[in-house]
Design a protein around this ligand. Structure first.
Ligand SMILES: C[S@@+](CC[C@H](N)C(=O)[O-])C[C@H]1O[C@@H](n2cnc3c(N)ncnc32)[C@H](O)[C@@H]1O
Length: 259
């Protein structure tokens, strides 16, 4: 807890908004996307889907993976509690939706579906021709996500219910990727592993977003290694998320930005 307060204070001290940014690419990303008020039209469905999950008090038997939960003690969990604790906030859903609408990626990959809050946000910003793949190891959790997608006609989602490691070795992981959102198994080794696997698949305009880069010392170490990688040109620390781009036309530069 103290570690989080300290890292957040440090972030606040080092961070800026668009006024401290000289890169036209990042300036535009902020002023034309992240700092805009307007959200894609389909975001109204994301809000209904979120409410539906938060009102679902059915219990499911969850299979735990990765670095585990800091909140839950038992494997029998209410869907509403999973949505509240493991899922993303509405504010983050809005940012994700806007990012997708702005960057217009074709091939989108989410690592860590949980009950589908981020997936729905991704979908709301995407075009009908985008291909969205989301990976979740727990069959019961993945099943709840599927029900929600069906109920709200959130189409176009390819759900891979398997361990992340399995996914990266599978047939499903063969295309180039424009947008990857990594939100599960928050250990240094796994995060760096997934990053390495994704590197060869990222398009020049591609982006990877890492969630929870200050969740632990390990995650912050992984984030620093990722920023330092020679293939990463632009990296943006927004505290909750770390964004990395691979655009060869950009010079290597790191930004610390409040969003
Ligand atoms: C933080 S939650 C994802 C939240 C979701 N992206 C959202 O914002 O709504 C992480 C999910 O990743 C899954 N997970 C963690 N490690 C995994 C692994 N090694 N293989 C498969 N699934 C894993 C967990 O079961 C959990 O549902």
């Amino acid at each position: 807890m103290l570690q989080h307060i300290l890292s957040y204070l440090k972030f606040l001290k080092n961070s800026s908004n668009q006024h401290g940014v000289h890169s036209p690419f990042v300036y535009q990303l902020l002023t034309e996307c992240l700092y805009t008020k307007q959200t894609p039209e389909k975001f109204s469905i994301v809000k209904k889907h979120r409410k539906w999950l938060l009102q679902n008090n059915n219990e499911i038997e969850v299979t735990d993976f990765g670095a585990g939960s800091r909140v839950f003690k038992s494997n029998l969990r209410k869907v509403s509690a999973i949505a509240k604790n493991a899922g993303m906030t509405q504010r983050r859903q809005r940012l994700l939706s806007k990012l997708i609408a702005y960057l217009k990626p074709n091939e989108i990959l989410e690592i860590g579906t949980s009950v589908g809050l981020a997936t729905a946000a991704i979908w709301s910003g995407s075009s009908p021709s985008s291909k969205i793949t989301t990976v979740e190891g727990c069959p019961a959790t993945s099943g709840i996500a599927r029900k929600g997608f069906e109920h709200f006609s959130i189409h176009n989602i390819d759900q891979a219910t398997m361990k992340f490691d399995q996914f990266f070795e599978s047939e499903n992981f063969r295309n180039k990727i424009d947008f990857a959102f990594i939100d599960g198994n928050h250990s240094k080794k796994s995060t760096l592993d997934y990053f390495e696997k994704l590197l060869s698949r990222m398009t020049n305009d591609g982006i990877i977003i890492f969630d929870d880069i200050y969740w632990s010392t390990e995650m912050t170490e992984a984030w620093k290694d990722i920023c330092a990688h020679p293939k990463v040109t632009v990296s943006i620390d927004t505290y909750q998320w770390g964004l990395v781009f691979f655009r060869k036309e950009q010079q290597k530069e790191h930004f610390t930005i409040r969003v």
